[in-house]
Design a protein around this ligand. Structure first.
Ligand SMILES: N[C@H](CCC[C@H](N)C(=O)O)C(=O)O
Length: 285
């Protein structure tokens, strides 16, 4: 597709960065190679994920947004992206706010712009059955043994619309994120691959978290990963209903009252610059 003239906005949620494209007022057809070229940090714009804003397809939402990882794969959910989406559509006049209902591949979500500029995302009621994640396991359990590179770890497995594995560690600063992250991401028991979270519990109301993201590598923040870590930590008996989650890029507040209740995430959304593609970016293998 010829991208010349395509307008985009660069945004981030605690350093998890996005190229956001209005496909309501622009005609946009992106293939995997084009997504990878735009996400490329040297020859493209550079981002962890690309967010495409489209008209809603069903009658229950104001708009739809599609999420593509830097590797070009389309995914079901992006928590930090949802906050940036909310800020973008109100700033661009695509929605009035403060409440916005959005369709994603992972289902319907409600977003609310707060007076302090933060955004609260209702990430929905999430399921823990292995088949919903998807994760290969005989039965649902708070934790599962997972053998990685000859060693066995206990992980939590949670879907926030997208799949998450959560490993508790003593200290995220010394956690083997670079070594274990890619091995967990590609583990055969996760047929759709998985986001790998490394969680340090400081108290029932305060954790630190690093995430090696599916299709993007380690990011400065992962919103759905923060939600998955709190859900997993609660079912494993370690966490309270409201948790401050310190990720590399800052702090998210996550609230989950328990099974059958929605997961709520509150955090910032930052617009950095607006741009226009001139020449076709090329992805360099
Ligand atoms: N890498 C994720 C998508 C982006 C999620 C993350 N950026 C967030 O804020 O939730 C996946 O493949 O499921």
């Amino acid at each position: 597709m010829d991208l010349s003239g395509l307008r985009f906005t660069k945004m981030h949620g605690l350093g998890n960065d996005f190229v956001v494209i209005d496909a309501v007022r622009q005609s946009v057809r992106l293939d995997t190679a084009t997504v990878r070229a735009l996400a490329e940090r040297h020859r493209g714009v550079g981002c962890d994920q690309l967010l495409i804003v489209e008209p809603a397809q069903g009658g229950q939402a104001d708009l739809r947004y599609r999420i593509f990882n830097a590797d070009g794969g389309e995914v079901e959910q992006c928590g930090n992206g949802a906050r940036c989406f909310a800020r973008f559509v109100v700033d661009q006049g695509l929605a009035k706010g403060p409440e916005i209902r959005v369709e994603t591949l992972g289902g319907l979500m409600t977003l609310r712009l707060l007076d302090d500029g933060q955004v609260t995302v209702n990430m929905g009621v999430r399921r823990l059955e292995p088949a919903q994640i998807p994760f290969e396991a005989a039965a649902m359990a708070p934790g599962y043994p997972l053998t990685v590179d000859g060693a066995t770890y206990e992980i939590g497995a949670v879907s926030m619309g997208n799949p998450h594995a959560v490993l508790r560690v003593a200290d995220i600063d010394t956690a083997p994120v670079a070594a274990l992250g890619p091995l967990i991401e590609a583990h055969p028991r996760f047929p759709q691959r998985v986001n790998a979270g490394f969680m340090q519990v400081l108290s029932p109301a305060h954790i630190r978290l690093r995430v090696y993201e599916r299709g993007a590598g380690e990011t400065q923040a992962c919103g759905s990963g923060a939600c998955a870590a709190v859900v997993s930590g609660r079912v494993r008996g370690w966490l309270a209903p409201r948790v401050a989650v310190d990720v590399l890029g800052g702090r998210l507040m996550i609230e989950w009252q328990g099974t059958g209740e929605p997961v709520l995430m509150t955090g910032p959304a930052t617009t950095v610059f607006e741009g226009r593609i001139t020449d076709e970016p090329t992805h360099h293998a």
